[in-house]
Design a protein around this ligand. Structure first.
Ligand code: NDP
Length: 337
């Protein structure tokens, strides 16, 4: 059992800002990353909370990421928004691009946002939830570095390539799912390695290509896609959207670029926002969706994706986030004590 210290969310936010600015990030870059890390801790997305701060700092130290980058926005087509992150972290680029994406989707019925030249290390639900909080349907994907073997292969080729989707609700937070296309997110495998816990079967293979439940062997070998060739097909789609359409690196290209500093990989993110009220069947879509959610909730044993996070959100707003003591000590050290 990991020793934990519960700290207020304001302290999480302040620690991240200090750790990043101390290592050369601008206050704007540091604040945007801090908001994302704090929302991850608030929702209990532990693998994308403070756990990532040493990686963010490492990429500033190595010079891989420009911590002072100022993203810029362009509209190459009426329903297309492109943000050049200028080799900065993804969160500030997203903060610039999302309002423009929402505006264009409301105007055109559907719009897409491509973030280029960024370093993405975070969960994707914050951006799709933000789209859905504006009353739109949101979808987001990003590639990474090679970690997942394609169906039939034994060497890493795809990233863990997450796919997130959010849908507005009449009351309460949006429905949102956000999942790696690997059988397990890499951050969770790293947490198993840190805690000395074996993996469930089917998560990965060792360097020899044989199935393994040893997290260190899988980190050195290859992860497996969820659902065999089906998850691999979604990982492939993510590569094409975030790499070819957004105009950035495929995972295997990102993996060939240095330095290997443990920080976020270079790559793009691709998002779509849809305004259901512009599809010519009036405003009844939301009541229809609610009737679907009710029918689903009536099935015993089910829950909506995102419900775990939203439950944590209420609790941790009041009580703070329980952070492993060793991680907290490390982040405090990076933040200068
Ligand atoms: P999980 O497998 O933990 O969860 C995937 C989704 O399924 C979540 O929306 C979750 O909701 C939902 N879910 C889980 N259990 C149930 C259930 N019993 N019934 C209904 N829904 C359920 O996520 P992953 O480990 O695959 O991914 C973790 C994170 O890693 C994601 O946020 C992803 O964006 C991030 N990631 C980021 C990468 C990057 O490069 N930036 C790369 C890869 C992953 P809930 O949260 O409520 O449990």
């Amino acid at each position: 059992m990991t020793d934990r210290e519960t700290i207020p969310l304001e302290e999480v936010d302040a620690l991240v800002r200090r750790a990043l600015t101390k290592h050369g990030a601008s206050s704007a870059q540091a604040a945007a990353v801090a908001r994302i890390v704090t929302s991850a801790e608030r929702d209990g997305s532990e693998s994308h909370g403070l756990f990532r701060v040493p990686g963010y700092v490492a990429s500033l130290r190595s010079g891989k990421v420009d911590g002072t980058a100022t993203p810029t926005l362009a509209h190459p087509a009426p329903a297309v928004v492109v943000v050049d992150a200028a080799r900065g972290f993804a969160p500030l680029a997203l903060e610039l691009g999302l309002p423009a994406l929402v505006d264009r989707a409301r105007e055109m019925g559907i719009a897409a946002l491509a973030i280029r030249h960024c370093f993405h290390f975070a969960a994707l639900w914050p951006e799709v939830e933000q789209i859905a909080e504006a009353g739109l349907v949101g979808l987001a994907v990003t590639a990474a570095t090679p970690m997942v073997a394609p169906a039939g292969g034994t060497k890493p080729f795809y990233g863990t390539n997450p796919l997130a989707f959010a849908f507005p609700r009449m009351d309460g937070p949006p429905l949102a799912f956000d999942m790696a296309t690997a059988a397990m997110a890499r951050g969770d495998i790293m947490l198993h390695a840190r805690d000395g816990e074996p993996l469930p079967p089917g998560v990965g293979i060792g360097p020899d290509g044989a199935p393994s439940t040893d997290p260190d062997a899988v980190l050195a070998g290859a992860q497996l896609p969820f659902g065999g060739y089906k998850g691999a097909a979604i990982a492939l789609m993510v590569e094409l959207l975030a790499g070819a359409v957004a105009g950035d690196l495929f995972s295997y290209e990102a993996g060939a670029k240095g330095p290997k500093d443990g920080g976020p990989p270079e790559g793009g993110e691709f998002l779509i926002a849809i305004d259901p009220s512009r599809f010519g069947h009036g405003d009844g879509w939301q009541a229809r969706a609610e009737s679907f959610f009710s029918a689903l909730a009536d099935i015993e044993g089910t829950r909506l994706p995102g419900a775990r996070r939203h439950g944590n959100r209420g609790d941790r707003h009041a009580a703070g986030a329980p952070i492993p003591a060793s991680l907290l000590a490390e982040v405090r050290r990076l933040a200068g004590g």
